[in-house]
Unconditional design. Structure first.
Length: 306
């Protein structure tokens, strides 16, 4: 046997083995530390997302309240508020949250790298709802609404315009469809949006109105007083209806949607074969397409844009 060849071969194998060990260590370094950085970045992203959404969700209550909510959600997620940069736009409809953190590394220290910086940001916006599902089949005329004030959502005896009392024919006319839309909301696609022409449903619709409203009231297990500030977000008595340009039309006609508003159903009053529906105006977060530039009627949505 050629001993020189044998030892040369062993030397080459050792070099290859050493090279492979270095590669494996490098891969371990990359996978473990990269996983650590990925996890920390994901955690921080969730934090800034929730903080931005929480802050912009109360934009109508002022900047102080927005910062209060931001700090609350920051603390709930285990990040001190002072570690976040929170920027609120002048109209308060946009909140940008950024943060960065130095993350300690482990295997990368073999290559003289003991830490890495992770930075994240999120921006959330609020805007008026311009398109929505679940609409109830009556409307109110455009006006300046005041929070907590009671408004007539459907006229009763002696009210209305030329046979119209505020009822709408959504997706077709007739008492059965009107009753179903009142109980369950109008959910056809595409959803109703600002600018759409909607058909009125003439007549007082006393029976279907009574049935539909009673079904809604019966589905609410909670008692409600004058203070609606702590109202549950999923309360069945919270309804969304269109705001229209005018209901002063003759017989079966059309009205144009100019916005959407939310009301808390108080009750239905039946008098002499006529029914009147009243509700208290509220401001709330809803679901649907939003427009940041629209002032709207108190029903707004929020979303992440970055």
């Amino acid at each position: 046997m050629n001993l020189r060849y044998y030892f040369n071969k062993r030397g080459n194998s050792s070099i290859i083995l050493l090279f492979m060990v270095i590669v494996v260590i490098g891969l371990m370094t990359f996978s473990v530390d990269a996983g650590l950085l990925y996890f920390e970045k994901g955690r921080l992203q969730s934090v800034v997302d929730s903080v931005a959404l929480a802050a912009v969700s109360v934009y109508e209550e002022g900047e102080e309240k927005m910062l209060e909510e931001a700090h609350k959600y920051s603390n709930l997620n285990g990040v001190p508020p002072e570690e976040l940069n929170i920027d609120i736009s002048e109209d308060r409809k946009r909140v940008t949250v950024t943060t960065d953190k130095t993350v300690a590394l482990y295997f990368a220290r073999i290559f003289d790298r003991d830490s890495a910086d992770v930075g994240v940001s999120a921006a959330a916006v609020a805007g008026s709802i311009v398109s929505a599902k679940g609409i109830r089949p009556f409307a109110v005329e455009q006006q300046e609404f005041e929070y907590g004030e009671t408004y007539t959502l459907k006229e009763g005896a002696g009210g209305g315009h030329s046979g119209n009392y505020g009822a709408l024919a959504l997706g077709g006319n007739g008492a059965s469809r009107y009753r179903n839309n009142l109980k369950n909301g109008y959910n056809a696609s595409p959803p109703l949006r600002i600018g759409d022409e909607i058909e009125t449903e003439p007549g007082n619709m006393a029976g279907p109105t009574q049935d539909g409203i009673q079904a809604i009231l019966d589905s609410d297990p909670n008692e409600h007083g004058e203070d609606l500030s702590q109202l549950e977000a999923n309360c069945p008595r919270l309804i969304v209806i269109p705001v229209v340009d005018s209901l002063d039309v003759h017989g079966r006609s059309t009205a144009t949607i100019v916005g959407f508003a939310a009301f808390f159903l108080d009750d239905v009053v039946r008098n002499g074969g006529h029914t009147e529906i009243t509700g208290r105006f509220i401001k709330k977060i809803g679901e649907g397409e939003i427009d940041e530039s629209s002032e709207g009627y108190g029903l707004f949505g929020i979303k992440l844009v970055e």
